[in-house]
Design a protein around this ligand. Structure first.
Ligand code: ATP
Ligand code: MG
Length: 581
C-alpha cells in the first residue's frame, strides 16, 4: 500500500470529547469516526485490526472444537417472550417495529436465537455436546456509551454457546473455553486475569470475566485479588472483615436526641461512637419497587449484589423526594439520616422489601434510625426492639485491606477492562424455551448450556490502552493494521526512492503487510504519522544510504539502528513469519 493512497486522515490534535487513551488515539490516528453516540465507523486501518483480532479468535475457537455460524442481527419479540427476557431486559434492549407492527429488537446477545436453533437441530444425546459461535455486531442502548470502542452502543462480539447433557460436561466445556481465552488475548498482546463475576442479565450461576489489568480510567471494573489466586469483580467479591466493636455501650433500648445528624460521620461525632455500632438504612428503587438495605454503617452497599438479592434488573438510590413521600405514606415525618426499617410497609403500590447485609446480624445494642427527625434508637437489639429482616445476605462492597475469603491474607484491588467472559447458564434458557433432546432412555431433557463472549472491538481498544506512548499507538505485530512502513526521507532523491521501493517490494513478496510512504512531505511529518498510526517497524531511507545503510526503528522499544537494507527487511520478514507459525 502506498501511503499516498491509504485511506487515512490523521488529526493534529486529540479529539476534545475523548476521555481515555484508546479513544483519543484511534480517532486522531484515523482509525475510527463517530457516526452518532456510541456508534463508530471502522475505517480501513481499524477494519484491518478488527479482522486480525477476529481471525485470532476464530482460529482458537475452531481449534477448541467450536463451529462458526451467523445469526441475524434483528430478532423477533416472540423468542424473547419465550425466555422471559422481553420484559426483563430493560432499556439496553433496542426495540423496534416492522411495517406490520410486529415487534423486534436489535440483538444485544443471542441466547434466544441459538436456543431455538438447537431446539430444531439437536434432538438426540448422540449429537451433544456442541459449541456454536458467531462473530457479529451487537447493539445495546447503553446508559453511558463512552470511551470510544471500549463501551459503544454498536460493537463487535464473538459469542459462543454450548449445549451439553450434564453439569460435568458443561464444566468441561467451560474449562475448554477458559483454556482457549488466555492464548487468544495473549496473541492480541494482552495479559488477562480471570476473575469471578456476577452473571447479570445473561443469567446463570458460575461466571468468570477476563480482565486486562490497568491503572487508568479505562478500567471500569474494580478487581479484588489475592496472591493465592482468588480474584473477583467488585460486584461479586467477598471478604473477611477485621475484628471490630459491634456491640454498643447502652444497657437498655431508648430514644436519644441526635439533632441534624444527616450523615454517619455527624452521628458518630455527636454520639461519640464508632460507625461499627450503627445500622445504616438506605433506600433504593429496584425495577420501580422500594427496597431498604441495612448494613453496618462503616461499610458500603454493592448495588449489583443488592439488585440480585431483590430479584431485579435495574437499581438506583431513591431521591430525597421519594424518601419523604415514602415516609408520609407510612405515617412518618422523617428524612434522610433518620430512616429505619421499623414501620415501613409500602410505597408506590408495592410492599417495601427489606434486605440486611450479613454484617448487621451479630450486632447488639446498636444505633438505628426510627423514622423520626433528629432522634435515633440506641441500645437496640434484633427481635426485641426491631425485627431482623427475612432476607439476610451479602450485599456489601469489599474493600482493599479486608481479608481474602480463601486464604485470609489482605485483599488487593486494581482496575480492569473486561474483554471476555464465560458463563455456566445451566437450563436458564432451555427450560422456559422447552429446548430439549432425548437422552439414552428416550426421555426428553433440557440442554445444559454455557455461553462465552469476547468483545472484538473492545479487545482492539484494550490493546491500544496497553500499548502506546505519548506519540501514538504501538500495535502488537499480530493485530497491527500493517506490519511495517518504509519511508524515503526525500521522494525527490532517486537513490532513496529506489532503495525504499526495493525494500517495499521485498517485504511484499515475503508476505509482509507494508506501506511505502511515497508522499512528498517533510520527514518529520512522515515520522509523526508513522508513530501515531503505530507501525511496529519503520525503515527509513535517508542520506546514510550513500554508505549503504538505512535506519531501522522498532516502535515497541523505540530502538533505532543503522543497518543494511537487506538486514532490515530480513528482521521484519522473520518477525512476521515467526508470528504466523
Ligand atoms: P460490561 O459489564 O462491560 O457491560 P457485559 O457483562 O455486559 O460487559 P457481555 O454481555 O458478557 O458483557 O458481553 C461479552 C463481551 O462483549 C464483554 O466481555 C465485552 O468484551 C464486550 N462488550 C460488552 N458490552 C460492550 C460494549 N458496550 N462495547 C464494547 N464491547 C462490549
Ligand atoms: Mg453490559
Amino acid at each position: 500500500m502506498k501511503m499516498s493512497k491509504l485511506f487515512v486522515q490523521t488529526l493534529r490534535e486529540f479529539p476534545s470529547d475523548a476521555e481515555v487513551v484508546s479513544h483519543k488515539m484511534l480517532v486522531r490516528a484515523g482509525f475510527i469516526r463517530k457516526l452518532t453516540m456510541g456508534v463508530y465507523n471502522y475505517l480501513p486501518l481499524m477494519w484491518r485490526v478488527l479482522k486480525k483480532v477476529e481471525n485470532i479468535v476464530r482460529e482458537e475457537m475452531d481449534r477448541a472444537g467450536a463451529q462458526e455460524l451467523l445469526m441475524p442481527f434483528v430478532q423477533p419479540k416472540e423468542l424473547w417472550e419465550e425466555s422471559g427476557r422481553w420484559g426483563a431486559y430493560g432499556a439496553e434492549l433496542m426495540r423496534l417495529k416492522d411495517r406490520h407492527g410486529r415487534e423486534m429488537c436489535l440483538g444485544p446477545t443471542h441466547e434466544e436465537i441459538i436456543t431455538a436453533i438447537a431446539r430444531d437441530g439437536l434432538k438426540s444425546y448422540k449429537q451433544l455436546p456442541v459449541n456454536l459461535y458467531q462473530i457479529q455486531s451487537k447493539f445495546r442502548d447503553e446508559r453511558r456509551p463512552r470511551f470510544g470502542l471500549l463501551r459503544g452502543r454498536e460493537f463487535i462480539m464473538k459469542d459462543a454457546y454450548s449445549f451439553s447433557t450434564s453439569q460435568e460436561e458443561l464444566e468441561k466445556e467451560y474449562q475448554n473455553m477458559w483454556n482457549a481465552y488466555t492464548p487468544i488475548f495473549k496473541r492480541c498482546g494482552l495479559d488477562t486475569k480471570a476473575v469471578q463475576s456476577d452473571s447479570g442479565a445473561i443469567g446463570g450461576s458460575v461466571s468468570h470475566e477476563f480482565m486486562v489489568i490497568t491503572d487508568t480510567d479505562a478500567g471500569e471494573n474494580d478487581v479484588f485479588y489475592c496472591d493465592c489466586d482468588y480474584a473477583a469483580n467488585s460486584n461479586h467479591a467477598v471478604s473477611k472483615l477485621p475484628e471490630a466493636k459491634i456491640v454498643g455501650d447502652w444497657d437498655e433500648a431508648k430514644i436519644v436526641d441526635t439533632p441534624s445528624t444527616h450523615s454517619i460521620e455527624e452521628l458518630c461525632e455527636f454520639l461519640n461512637i464508632p460507625a461499627t455500632v450503627i445500622v445504616k438504612t438506605l433506600v433504593y428503587i429496584v425495577d420501580k419497587k422500594p427496597v431498604l438495605a441495612l448494613i453496618r454503617a462503616d461499610k458500603q452497599v454493592e448495588e449489583t449484589k443488592l439488585m440480585n438479592a431483590a430479584g431485579g434488573t435495574d437499581i438506583r438510590i431513591a431521591t430525597a423526594g421519594e424518601i419523604e413521600e415514602m415516609m408520609s405514606v407510612n405515617g412518618f415525618d422523617s428524612e434522610k439520616g433518620f430512616i429505619g426499617p421499623k414501620g415501613l410497609k409500602e410505597y408506590n403500590g408495592y410492599p417495601i422489601t427489606v434486605i440486611a447485609d450479613e454484617t448487621v446480624k451479630e450486632m447488639k445494642n446498636f444505633v438505628i434510625g426510627i423514622n423520626k427527625k433528629d432522634v435515633h434508637g440506641v441500645g437496640y437489639n434484633w427481635g426485641t426492639d426491631v425485627e431482623l429482616p427475612q432476607i439476610v445476605t451479602d450485599i456489601r462492597l469489599a474493600e482493599a485491606g479486608e481479608f481474602c475469603p480463601v486464604c485470609g491474607k489482605p485483599l488487593k484491588v486494581t482496575r480492569g477492562i473486561e474483554v471476555g467472559n464465560i458463563f455456566q447458564l445451566g437450563t436458564k434458557y432451555s427450560k422456559p424455551m422447552n429446548a430439549v433432546y432425548l437422552d439414552q432412555n428416550g426421555k426428553s431433557q433440557p440442554y445444559i448450556m454455557g455461553c462465552y463472549g469476547i468483545g472484538i472491538s473492545r479487545t482492539a481498544a484494550a490493546a491500544v490502552e496497553a500499548h502506546h506512548d505519548e506519540h501514538g499507538i504501538k500495535w502488537p505485530l499480530s493485530i497491527a493494521p500493517y506490519h511495517a512502513i518504509v519511508i524515503p526521507v526525500s521522494t525527490k532523491d532517486e537513490l532513496q526512492m529506489k532503495v525504499a521501493n526495493d525494500i517495499y517490494q521485498t517485504l511484499l513478496k515475503h508476505g509482509v503487510e507494508a506501506v511505502l510512504d511515497d508522499r512528498d512531505e517533510r520527514a518529520g511529518v512522515k515520522f509523526k504519522d508513522a508513530d501515531l498510526i503505530g507501525f511496529p517497524y519503520r525503515i527509513t531511507v535517508g542520506k546514510t544510504i550513500s554508505e549503504g545503510l538505512v535506519e531501522f526503528k522498532n516502535r515497541e522499544s523505540e530502538e533505532l539502528t543503522n543497518i543494511k537494507p537487506e538486514e532490515a527487511a530480513e528482521i521484519v520478514i522473520t518477525a512476521v513469519h515467526e508470528m504466523k507459525v
